[in-house]
Design a protein around this ligand. Structure first.
Ligand SMILES: *Cc1c(COP(=O)(O)O)cnc(C)c1O
Length: 393
């Protein structure tokens, strides 16, 4: 195992021999194609004219007044398709096309990554298979239908609990079966090397823009806060600031009903070293090493592992990770909606909720950036069910 595939003790390539060939091919293509100025120019043009970048860094004045600190929101919610996921899905799909692949495939739980991938496939004229558990298809009817409208082939998985874990297993199997002609578009900064690095680099646009926008405003960030599922929006905004230790970086995990109960997805708070989806990382597992079921009001943070770079940043202490409960998250969602007229995604609301804990403990006025990873339109039904007290079915 070569050391470059690791972040500290985490990362690597824990995959069958048949997949090693495809990972090597991907790594070579990434170095030879994605780093050229032609690729970058084509991607930048799509990010600008199709996705709508740069996303604004918005000074939230009423929220700032409420908390007594200067709060800025990085508006990934304004991207085409409503979240940061398109940055990565589009870039990987463009790489797939340049590699001569005719088909891309993806797994999806709540459907957000499936929609982003189906969108990119439509734009670039690629075939697209999205693997989704039958239970998730029923729960996320709108996103499932959206993918069909976009021309993707939705593959319904009926194994096991019929949710994301089984869909991921099926997608990996399908990829291995057709490995020469198919490109697997991973949705977060997870999986075997080189995926965590590639997704990080493609999401790094968030941090690059934020840094330039802060410079333009003549403002220095004291804190940057982002939610962490697999960790792609968080590493996307953090990475550019890692070497500047005067910037405090905080990643927020889903605390569900409480990180001290069995119902949460607070991987870094409660997990141990383990292997999941081809990587060594920190994993929520029982005493026998079986991966535990996770709970969160937010489908996008409901993951028992985490990207290996976050496991490393947690262990090294460079980034602080905290858990926020469902209740705290919904309060933050309502507060931003009423104070700023912005309904954030439930995932992003976890990051916002941390302001409630951080701000009262700061002795002087600070500048705080919160990454708004997505918009809340997709979550309205979930919020309504939550209000009726029916969130865990
Ligand atoms: C999927 C999703 C997330 C979680 O994914 P990361 O890879 O951790 O960023 C966060 N926010 C939104 C809006 C999402 O759709």
């Amino acid at each position: 195992m070569n050391k470059k595939s690791y972040f500290g003790n985490y990362g690597g390539q824990f995959v069958p021999e048949t997949a090693m060939f495809a990972l090597d091919e991907l790594e070579n293509a990434y170095e030879k194609i994605a780093k050229t100025s032609e690729f970058k120019a084509e991607l930048d043009d799509l990010l600008k004219n199709y996705v709508g970048r740069p996303s604004p860094l918005y000074h939230a004045k009423r929220l700032s007044k409420h908390y007594g600190h200067e709060i800025y929101l990085k508006r990934e919610d304004l991207n085409h398709t409503g979240a940061h996921k398109i940055n990565n899905a589009l870039a990987q799909a463009l790489l797939a096309k340049k590699m001569g692949k005719k088909k891309i495939l993806a797994e999806t739980g709540a459907g957000q990554h499936g929609v982003a991938t189906a969108t990119a496939a439509a734009l670039l004229g690629l075939e697209c298979d999205v693997y989704m558990g039958a239970v998730d298809i029923a729960r996320q009817e709108l996103n499932a239908y959206r993918m069909k409208l976009l021309g993707a082939n939705l593959v319904s998985i009926n194994d096991g609990l019929k949710t994301l874990k089984e869909a991921t297993t099926a997608a990996i199997q399908a990829w291995v079966n057709e490995i020469e002609s198919v490109f697997y578009v991973i949705g977060s900064a997870v999986g075997p090397h080189p995926y965590p690095m590639i997704v990080r680099d493609f999401q790094n646009v968030i941090g690059r823009e934020t840094k330039a926008q802060l410079n333009k405003y003549g403002v220095k960030a004291d804190y940057i806060i982002a939610c962490v599922g697999g960790g792609s929006n968080a590493i996307g905004i953090f990475n550019e600031f890692l070497s500047d230790t005067s910037v405090n970086l905080v990643g927020i995990e889903a605390g569900g009903l409480g990180a001290n109960t069995p119902y949460h997805a607070a991987t870094l708070t409660n997990g141990r070293d383990g292997i999941i989806h081809g990587m060594k990382t920190i994993v929520l597992q029982d005493k026998y090493g079986m991966i535990e079921e996770v709970h969160s009001i937010s489908a996008g943070l409901d993951y028992p592992g985490v990207g290996p770079q976050h496991a490393h940043l947690h262990t090294s202490g460079r980034v602080k990770y905290e858990a926020i409960t469902d209740d705290e998250c919904i309060n933050a969602l309502k507060l931003l909606s009423r104070l700023e007229g912005i309904i954030p995604a439930i995932e992003s609301s976890h990051a916002l909720a941390y302001l409630e804990k951080l701000c009262p403990n700061l002795s002087e006025k600070k500048t705080i950036i919160v990454n708004i990873s997505g918009r809340g339109d997709k979550d309205i039904n979930t919020i309504m069910s939550y209000e009726k007290g029916k969130i865990y079915g």
